[in-house]
Design a protein around this ligand. Structure first.
Ligand SMILES: Nc1ncnc2c1ncn2[C@@H]1O[C@H](COP(=O)(O)OP(=O)(O)O)[C@@H](O)[C@H]1O
Ligand SMILES: [Mg+2]
Length: 286
């Protein structure tokens, strides 16, 4: 749970129409919406540097060990933070609306799992806060989670593929292979943890693409809302049905592995479910 500064969000909502958001002791101004999911909205935000955060060079950026996580990919105007680190203070902020304890647990799990990874092809979680909110006196307390990520403004692999399809264009074979290789590298990192983790929702809509001059596009796997420990021993019909039910909610149907559609009552499920989804993703961009 974030510290008390994040609790100011409700107050700011009331005062200025929801313009600013606090994530712990850093303040962000919402620029525009980037996307939305089931119970989540993703916004482009820009950090508002206050006297205390700007002294010593850049509020939230000071927290990160790896400067590549900060939006150095975006053209000027840039702000010099340290000689080896450039950033313009923009981020992606995912706001998740939480209605019940089950959703609260899911977001906590997304935060916990995201913090396990550190790989150039997996989107890092930079900071987070969960705050309690109360709409009206009759309403019970609800929660909102704010998750802060580096922003990638060239859209998802799905967005890019759609635009290209409309123009009757295709990714070059070399770009397809480079994107595929990067997704393999990101997944290998997740699958090599102890215990191995499965992403469970690998699809073009969960890959951020960044175009780079003279280099193949950068592909970053994101959205760890369905990720969990990959290995499950299924030993009864009811366990198999429970897994199918979970998969129906968390793994997008066109990319879902066959063993998650029709799970045998005695089976060992593992990270190969992601390999199926990866194959479907490859097919989708060819
Ligand atoms: N770091 C980011 N940079 C740019 N756009 C993003 C970023 N993260 C998410 N988005 C946009 O927001 C959408 C939803 O984000 P996602 O984390 O996949 O949410 P959900 O869990 O609801 O699917 C994405 O499809 C993408 O368009
Ligand atoms: Mg998603």
């Amino acid at each position: 749970m974030g510290c008390s500064f994040s609790g100011l969000n409700a107050l700011y909502d009331a005062v200025n129409g929801g313009g600013d958001v606090w994530i712990n002791d850093n303040r962000f101004r919402i620029v525009r919406q980037l996307g939305e999911g089931g119970f989540a909205y993703v916004f482009l935000v820009k950090e508002v540097l206050t006297d205390s955060t700007s002294s010593g060079g850049g509020g939230v950026a000071k927290k990160f060990k790896d400067p590549s996580h900060v939006s150095g990919l975006i053209p000027p105007p840039l702000l010099h933070v340290k000689s080896d680190m450039l950033y313009d203070g923009t981020y992606a902020m995912k706001k998740v609306l939480i209605q019940n304890t089950e959703q609260l647990e899911l977001v906590r799990e997304e935060i916990r799992v995201s913090s396990l990874f550190s790989h150039p092809n997996l989107l890092p979680l930079l900071d987070h806060a969960i705050i309690a909110v109360k709409g009206s006196p009759e309403q019970s307390w609800k929660h909102e989670a704010y998750l802060l990520f580096p922003v990638h403004l060239d859209g998802t692999l799905l967005d890019n593929a759609k635009v290209m399809k409309a123009k009757k264009e295709f990714f070059s074979t070399s770009d397809v292979l480079q994107i595929f290789r990067q997704l393999c590298a990101g997944l290998k990192h997740m699958h090599s943890l102890e215990p191995p983790y499965a992403h469970n929702d690998v699809k073009p809509g969960n890959v951020l693409l960044t175009h780079r001059k003279g280099q193949p596009p950068l592909a970053i796997l994101m959205d760890f809302g369905s990720a969990r420990s990959a290995r499950k021993q299924i030993r009864s019909r009811s366990e198999a049905l429970q897994l199918q039910e979970w998969a129906a909610e968390h793994c997008s149907a066109p990319f879902r592995a066959p063993e998650l559609w029709d799970c045998p009552s005695h089976s060992d499920i593992d990270e190969r479910t992601d390999i199926w989804s990866l194959g479907c993703t490859l097919f989708a961009i060819m």
